[in-house]
Unconditional design. Structure first.
Length: 132
C-alpha cells in the first residue's frame, strides 16, 4: 500500500462522511440564508434536537474517518475529529452573528457540542463492546 493511501475498509467511511458533511454544509448555508428546506428545523426547540443529532453524527463520522486519531492537549488525549468539529462549530455559530437572518445562539451551540461529545462517547463504548 502506498504511503497516504486510503485503506479499502476506510473508503466507505470516507465516501459516507464526504456526503454527510456536504449535506451538513448545505443545511448550514441554507439556514444562514434563511432558506432552510426543512421548515420544522427553523423552530425552537426542534432546532436544538437537530443540532444535537446532526453534529453528533458528524462527530462519529469525523472520528471514524480520521482513523480514531487522538491528539494531546497537555497530558490529556483528545479525539482529533470531534475536537476539529467542535472548533468549526464554535466558529460557525459565531459567524452567524454577521448574517442578517441569523443570530448567535448559545443554546444551539450547547446542543451541538453536547451532541459531539455524547455521540463520540457512545461510539467509543460501542467500539469497545464490539471487541469483547
Amino acid at each position: 500500500m502506498k504511503v497516504g493511501a486510503i485503506k479499502p475498509s476506510n473508503r466507505v467511511w470516507v465516501l459516507v462522511s464526504a456526503g454527510y458533511f456536504a449535506f451538513l454544509f448545505f443545511l448550514m448555508v441554507s439556514a444562514d440564508m434563511g432558506k432552510l428546506p426543512i421548515a420544522a428545523l427553523q423552530r425552537t426547540p426542534d432546532d436544538k434536537g437537530a443540532h444535537f443529532i446532526l453534529y453528533g453524527i458528524a462527530s462519529l463520522l469525523s472520528h471514524r474517518v480520521l482513523g480514531r486519531r487522538m491528539m494531546a492537549l497537555g497530558n490529556y488525549p483528545i479525539p482529533l475529529g470531534p475536537f476539529l468539529l467542535g472548533a468549526i462549530t464554535i466558529f460557525e455559530e459565531m459567524l452567524q452573528s454577521i448574517f442578517p437572518l441569523c443570530s448567535t445562539s448559545m443554546e444551539d451551540l450547547a446542543a451541538s457540542l453536547f451532541g459531539i461529545v455524547l455521540f463520540y462517547c457512545g461510539g467509543e463504548i460501542w467500539q469497545r463492546q464490539r471487541r469483547c
